[in-house]
Design a protein around this ligand. Structure first.
Ligand SMILES: Cc1cc2nc3c(=O)[nH]c(=O)nc-3n(C[C@H](O)[C@H](O)[C@H](O)COP(=O)(O)O)c2cc1C
Length: 361
């Protein structure tokens, strides 16, 4: 497997650990992946919860107040600093969702904190380069689901900023967390990753054939990686497999719920972000379906499509509070995201063991 070059950064093995919020990929996981030759990606979601919320200055009912505390700058700096203690100057990424409130500020924070690559999904980041102007070495990587989406981004960036993306991640509908398709479209054959890769590759080649295309969603084994590379990908991004490592920053309960999941427990559910999300059907989901979910207060004002709790009230849960509870290991009230194949796992691995397995050693 060839190294993956993204902008000015060379990643020894073409394997990216997808950013996972809330608190699933912070310093320990991302630092360890980068140390072992992949690209570790810190999630910028809910950093106000880092280290028992010690960086959050304002809490209400134990929750970081508003976006400034929820996407906590001091905590993000500390996470990057601690990840660097593990991976030194190996390339390190940060995942910042486009749908968050304060997107531009958080991208700037991540650059100032010293990450090398910013990855953005959950919306088309038309103005992403706006926030990284002072950091020309930081590579920019959008997540898309179609060649058309890449074209729209590249066209706008070229016209307005004189640059195009340094790489692109193509996420198919078997991935964990939010999807790039409507519910019915997630199930269609033509939207499966095998069909998306050639479509995006063809579009990217029109702009610059050297731009890496990275496949994500439902990739489990070394054989899967080889298969997607044969279809035109230069690298892969995996989430669920990295969530199932000792170094993953989530609680033990989080990992155990993923390990215990059976095939039929992993479902697509509604989310206040406006896209379906893949996760585990736990007690929370049953409660939400019966409209018996916990009270929605919108303390953290996390994502703009939720419109200060309006969508949360429609779907029946607050995504910030529920993801935070999963991070903290609350089995009753936590929301547990997972890719479609978590049921294949029966034990946790170390990041080193997993990386060796993935590269086929
Ligand atoms: C628990 C969990 C949380 C996730 N959170 C995010 C996130 O905050 N931002 C994002 O862009 N993707 C997120 N993802 C998607 C991953 O980054 C990755 O693309 C995806 O998991 C790949 O599919 P796989 O799990 O089948 O490997 C999440 C996935 C999981 C499993």
């Amino acid at each position: 497997m060839k190294p993956l070059k993204i902008g000015k950064h060379t990643i020894k093995h073409p394997i990216i650990q997808g950013g996972m919020g809330l608190g699933i990929s912070w310093d320990r996981l991302a630092g360890s992946v980068s140390k072992h030759g992949g690209l570790g990606v810190i999630s910028a979601v809910g950093t106000g919860y880092y280290e028992d919320k010690k960086y959050a200055k304002k809490l209400v009912e134990g929750r970081p107040l508003l976006e400034s505390e929820f996407y906590n700058r001091d905590a993000l700096f500390k996470i990057v600093e601690n990840a660097r203690k593990i991976c030194s100057d190996a390339p390190l990424g940060c995942n910042v969702l486009y749908a968050i409130n304060d997107y531009g500020r958080v991208v700037k924070d991540a650059c100032e904190a010293g990450v090398d690559i910013i990855i953005t999904g959950a919306g088309l980041p038309m103005d992403m380069p706006e926030y990284t102007k002072d950091f020309p070495d930081v590579a920019l990587v959008p997540i898309v689901s179609t060649g058309r989406a890449f074209k729209l981004i590249a066209k706008r960036w070229e016209k307005r900023y004189g640059r195009i993306p340094d790489a692109v991640i193509v996420e198919g509908p078997l991935s964990g967390g939010h999807q790039g398709f409507k519910y019915e479209d997630c199930l269609k054959e033509e939207n499966q990753l095998e069909h998306l890769i050639p479509d995006v590759r063809a579009e990217v080649d029109k702009w610059d054939p050297n731009i890496p295309v990275i496949a994500a969603g439902g990739i489990w084994s070394h054989e899967d990686i080889v298969k997607f590379m044969e279809l035109g990908a230069d690298g892969v991004q995996l989430g669920t497999r990295f969530a199932l490592t000792h170094e993953c920053d989530a609680s033990d309960e989080f990992k155990q719920i993923l390990l215990n999941a059976k095939k039929e427990d992993i479902v697509l559910m509604k989310s206040p972000v406006g896209y379906p999300a893949r996760g585990i059907r736990t007690k929370l989901i049953e409660k939400v379906e019966k409209r018996e979910g916990p009270v929605i207060k919108c303390i953290s004002n996390c994502v703009f499509p939720c419109n200060r709790g309006e969508e949360a009230r429609k779907v029946g849960y607050c995504i910030a509070d529920r993801l935070a509870d999963a991070y903290l290991g609350d089995e009753e009230l936590g929301l547990y995201f997972s890719g479609a194949y978590a049921y294949k796992a029966d034990k946790l691995l170390s990041v080193e063991e997993l990386m060796k397995e993935l590269i086929g050693e």
